[in-house]
Design a protein around this ligand. Structure first.
Ligand SMILES: Cc1ncc(COP(=O)(O)O)c(C=O)c1O
Length: 383
């Protein structure tokens, strides 16, 4: 496969649409081949000059999504994983038992659960704080002790926004790394490495793939340092790799990332503005609304939109929220986010005890349908 290196000067949307300009040398195909091979030929003199040995560590089909994501995030290297959770936990498993972590209190619930149960049993010492409150973050990070600050921004399910640049300053001043779950922002809207993050994580299941048909995860590093080699060793050792078919589908999805995210952002803004102040709605939580506490930071660190995710608090409590979700016809009642189809979800039902989602909160993932159809459907359901 060849790659047009000069294409790196092009706008990220061009790089994504053209898959970094990869052309298959053998066939001159403009789309990449799919390699199912689990093993690779050893040279007669016992070397492995191809650089590939066995499928748990290497597969040529990973190359394109990893290279494209590295380029879009402005990082040094990327690794794909079997899921977002496999990617996130690889970062924590690359630490050592006894290491201290400070993480966002508001974050993807299954990761918070893993951290505070399996992660803690494994020996990690974890403090959860509201990372959007920089004084709280500063107070929780212990100089010379804290190894990692983990944050998600905008964060599920209330879309709390953390100032990445300020958080990086706090983490680095104490000798800690900063990792950012940027699933919701995507590289279209925010590039955490340019703001000082050391590692960027994506549930690639969501916007990167974009079609609700692949479970995948990815990490991007700012530097190919010793910690990154430990992360890579976790992937190879634990084996949470992405299958070749999923890697190929992920690459196909990433080609349309920019148009999908731009459209979702525009529609999410329209939905948020329409339902703010609606008589059946108590509150709309969306960083694109000036009423959102994270709006000013989001306006600074998100370019071109505020994301496709928002939540509404329905008047009338939990029953009213669940009834609203039951009545929609265009929105699909399902968990997950970042697909081309819009989803609606009563979030407390899935997160259970300890959720920051109030009982009347509905989480909305805005897809790429006509925004007037989405607004009319939710209007009818709320009535
Ligand atoms: C923000 C965020 N991070 C991580 C994950 C975990 O990703 P996966 O479901 O691919 O394991 C999710 C999944 O919903 C998510 O929304």
């Amino acid at each position: 496969m060849t790659k047009d290196d000069d294409k790196n000067d092009l706008h990220p949307s061009t790089r994504a649409a053209q898959g970094l300009g990869w052309i298959d040398e053998t066939t001159r195909a403009v789309m990449p081949p799919l390699h199912f091979a689990t093993t690779f030929i050893r040279d007669p003199d016992n070397e492995y000059r191809s650089g590939r040995v066995y499928g748990r560590a290497d597969n040529p089909t990973y190359d394109q999504p990893e290279a494209l994501l590295t380029s879009l995030e402005g990082g040094a290297e990327a690794l794909t994983f079997a899921s977002g959770m496999a990617a996130a936990t690889a970062v924590f498993l690359a630490l050592r038992p006894g290491d201290h972590i400070v993480a966002s209190r508001v974050m993807y619930w299954a990761l918070r659960k893993w951290l505070t149960t399996a992660g803690a049993e494994w020996g990690l010492r974890i403090d959860l704080v509201d990372t959007d409150r920089l004084d709280d973050l500063r107070a929780a990070v212990r100089p010379g002790v804290t190894r990692l600050v983990w944050l998600e921004t905008p964060a599920n399910p209330t879309w709390v926004v953390t100032d990445i640049e300020a958080a990086a300053g706090i983490a680095h001043a104490s000798g800690a790394l900063l990792a950012v779950d940027s699933t919701v922002a995507t590289p279209v809207l925010t590039r955490p490495i340019a703001l000082g993050a050391d590692i960027v994580m994506h549930a690639a299941t969501k916007y990167l793939n974009g079609h609700s048909d692949v479970v995948a995860g990815a990490l991007v590093t700012a530097a190919k340092d010793e910690f990154w080699q430990r992360v890579r060793a976790v992937r190879t050792g634990v084996g949470g790799i992405l299958g070749p078919m999923e890697a190929w589908l992920l690459m196909r999805g990433m080609r349309t990332l920019y148009v999908r995210v731009e459209r979702s952002c525009r529609s999410a803004q329209a939905v948020a503005e329409h339902f703010a102040g609606h008589p059946a709605v108590e509150a709309v939580l969306y960083p694109g609304l000036p009423s959102h506490p994270g709006h000013a930071v989001a306006a600074r660190q998100m370019q071109g939109g505020f994301g496709g995710m928002l939540s509404i608090r329905v008047k009338g409590g939990e029953d009213a929220a669940i009834r609203t979700a039951a009545r929609v016809k265009v929105w699909k009642r399902a968990t997950s986010l970042g697909g081309v189809e819009s989803l609606i979800e009563h979030r407390a039902s899935i997160e259970g005890a300890g959720t920051p989602a109030s009982p009347n909160l509905l989480r909305l993932s805005v897809g790429i349908e006509d925004s007037a159809d989405l607004i009319a459907d939710l209007e009818a359901a709320l009535r």
